[in-house]
Design a protein around this ligand. Structure first.
Ligand code: NAD
Length: 268
């Protein structure tokens, strides 16, 4: 379906990004993944398939993403689709650093606030900035936000604000790029068992006594069960399937839209 298209997915060496990559590979598109660590990127690109291009680039840097997009153009002579997936905290940030007191908001320093905005909002800005000059008519940007953008999560004030910014950026860019017929849409994932939740459940076990004697996975399962009307967690492919649809001609009149893939969590 997207056989002649080239897609660049940021932060895609694992988790949701890798799932999005698998969905685009199934369409016949040429896939480029980026992440922060060379070994991680090379291993992931190899596992995804011989034709997948892996690049180390900080999605929050116009310069690094400018170099990455130049390499994509060198190899494929085009770039059609950008998926702004990179987020959460990068490989070195631990969730206990994000929420280090009883009140996540009062316990947060200026520095941690800025880091969260950089990892979860500037990533979409800087990567889009680098990719937009290359995108052709019919091109597409897909931003990965979160259900944390749609309603407040008391323990994640900076993350939620950053992801709400991603939703707003989606709509702004949709208008700005409409004259070039480039569409910009957003996906808000719900609850997925990735490294992000492994880190978050470690922090929850330390700070919330009711979780103390559970495994990380049991903490996650209990949250999924409590929150999800449709029952069950989402998979990276649930997110990737919508990303593929957004990028396809079937969505040619869809821009500036925000869809939650969350089993109904956000409509409660
Ligand atoms: N897992 C969930 O339940 C969930 C829910 C809602 C939204 N999301 C969003 O989905 C996206 C992917 O999350 P995930 O759960 O797969 O997390 P993950 O930690 O498993 O994977 C994210 C990847 O992004 C990379 N990354 C982080 N910052 C980067 C940067 N500046 N440049 C390049 N790569 C960077 C990390 O190294 C990591 O490999 C994030 O934007 C996250 O906010 C996840």
């Amino acid at each position: 379906m997207l056989k002649d298209k080239v897609v660049l997915i940021t932060g895609a060496a694992r988790g949701i990004g890798a799932g999005i990559a698998r969905c685009f590979i199934d369409t016949g598109a040429s896939v480029v993944i980026t992440d922060l660590d060379a070994e991680l990127v090379n291993t992931a690109a190899g596992e995804l398939g011989a034709d997948v291009m892996g690049l180390v680039a900080d999605a929050a840097s116009q310069e690094a993403m400018g170099e990455a997009t130049a390499k994509v153009i060198d190899r494929f002579s085009r770039l059609d689709i950008l998926v702004n997936n990179a987020g959460i905290g990068g490989p070195k940030i631990k969730f206990e650093e994000i929420s280090s007191s009883d009140s996540a908001f009062m316990g947060m320093s200026d520095e941690v606030w800025d880091q969260q905005l950089m990892f979860n909002l500037r990533t979409a800005f800087s990567s889009s900035h680098a990719a937009i000059p290359h995108l052709p008519e019919g091109g597409s940007i897909i931003n990965i936000a979160s259900i944390a953008a749609l309603g407040p999560t008391a323990t994640l004030p900076a993350y939620g604000a950053a992801k709400a910014g991603v939703v707003h950026l989606t709509k702004t860019l949709a208008i700005e790029l409409a004259p070039r017929r480039i569409r910009v849409n957003c996906i808000c994932p719900g609850l997925l068992w990735t490294r992000a939740w492994e880190l978050l459940t470690t922090q929850m076990k330390a700070s919330q006594p009711e979780f103390a004697n559970m495994t990380n996975r049991q903490v996650f399962d209990s949250i999924v069960e409590r929150m999800t009307p449709l029952g069950g967690e989402q998979t990276p492919e649930d997110i990737g399937n919508l990303a593929v649809f957004y990028a396809s001609d079937g969505a040619r009149m869809i821009t500036g839209q925000v869809v939650a893939v969350d089993g109904g969590i956000s409509v409660q």
